[in-house]
Design a protein around this ligand. Structure first.
Ligand code: 8ID
Ligand code: ZN
Length: 358
């Protein structure tokens, strides 16, 4: 079947870290014959803006991103073409999601074990390959996520990175229903979904972030307590306050989903003995300082948690389909990405901004 789509379309692109974000209206769109086996062309209708996209643009991380990059990795829309010779059950017209993990080999120890993101051949949308801040994006049949019928695309978009990441992080926390979990950065894109997944999974949530808007948002999702980190000049007082909310001994786990380094500073201290610190947020040049004696003496665990696998993505979307999790979204035109980054940098966004590409 031949499908008609334009030869050029809009895309937000930047040449190198920190170079201007350029909104192009004549970005080339691959045609059917340009697609390789395994590739699909997605008409991206909505794309969430993750703080990772901002880190990528600023060049915050040790691994360099692709030059002339189209960012974005929370894309949602229908498939409009499938590369000739692709082995897949996907159909043209079907809605799919483009997530951070664009592709992996699916045949190494990591992939087979369900840790696809740590595959040595992993490709990342909006980092090593062009992502979803464009109207038509090439992605990979074996890794796009089918979006269930009945889930609006703008709701699905934030689940594709923020949702799946925090869902996997909560699983990695090893907390059980009824136990206390601190969500650090609870009013942000990842955090506000973490509060909801945590509540849906039966955890008792202590939300940590700042400002009245984020406090209200977290309370509306059933967070038991909100700690405003800016209220505490002395870190010891914040540690005491967090412990006090959790039987006086601290939460069983802390999922640190903040984009700033300070969020990591006290987390190891306020989790209870045998507790788990789940590292999710990726501030540049940050180290977790663990006192070896107390880490051993209190049997604490430090776990890195990196997005989720294909199954996690489907499960995370299913929570949204069932209405257990509902992202707070602000829809903006693709063109406004520079302003969105400015607000994100200042910590002014509660929930997620979703770009409308059409
Ligand atoms: O796979 C992963 N590990 C993964 C996946 C996706 C995103 C990691 N991330 C990383 C991003 O790269 C980023 O570093 O998670 C971090 C958060 O991404 P986001 O949720 O998209 O960012 P946001 O919407 O800007 O929210 C960040 C929140 O953190 C709060 C801010 O107020 C904001 O609400 N925050 C900060 I900055 N410092 C804090 C602190 N000290 C804090 N909250 C509590 N304590
Ligand atoms: Zn992301």
């Amino acid at each position: 079947m031949t499908h008609q789509h334009p030869k050029t379309a809009c895309a937000m692109i930047f040449e190198d870290s920190n170079s201007p974000l350029e909104y192009k209206t004549d970005h080339p769109v691959p045609q059917q014959a340009d697609l390789k086996p395994g590739e699909v062309l997605v008409k991206v209708e909505y794309s969430g803006v993750c703080h990772t996209d901002l880190h990528a643009w600023k060049g915050d991380w040790p691994a360099a991103a692709k030059k002339n990059l189209v960012g974005g990795h929370e894309g949602a829309g229908p498939i409009v073409a499938i590369g000739e010779g692709t082995l897949t059950n996907l159909k043209v017209g079907q809605n799919v999601g483009i997530k951070w993990l664009a592709d992996s080999c699916l045949d190494c120890e990591n992939c087979r074990g369900g840790s696809e993101a740590t595959c040595a051949q992993a490709q990342c949308s909006g980092y090593s390959v062009d992502g979803s801040f464009q109207q038509y994006a090439v992605s990979y049949a074996r890794h796009v996520t089918p979006i269930p019928d009945g889930l609006p695309l703008e709701v699905a978009a934030p689940i594709l990175c923020a949702g799946v990441t925090v869902y996997r992080a909560l699983l990695n926390s090893s907390a059980r229903a009824g136990q206390f979990v601190a969500i650090v950065g609870a009013g942000g894109g990842l955090g506000h979904l973490a509060v909801q997944y945590a509540s849906a999974m039966g955890f008792r949530v202590v939300a940590i972030d700042t400002g009245a808007d984020k406090k209200k948002l977290c309370a509306s999702y059933g967070a038991d307590k909100f700690i405003d980190f800016k209220d505490y000049k002395n870190p010891e007082d914040m540690i005491k306050a967090i412990k006090a909310e959790c039987d006086g001994v601290g939460p069983h786990a802390a999922v640190v989903a903040a984009a700033g380094a300070a969020a990591y500073e006290q987390a190891l201290e306020y989790i209870r003995p045998t507790g788990t610190l789940v590292a999710v947020g990726l501030p540049p040049d940050t180290f977790i300082k663990a006192n070896v004696f107390f880490t051993v003496f209190h049997s604490k665990r430090i776990v890195g948690s990196y997005v989720g696998n294909r199954q996690d993505a489907e499960e995370a979307l299913d929570f949204a389909l069932r209405g257990k999790v509902s992202p707070r979204i602000e829809v903006c035109p693709l063109k406004q990405l520079p302003e969105v980054y400015e607000r994100m940098e200042k910590g002014q966004l509660a929930g997620r901004v979703v770009l409308k590409n059409f």
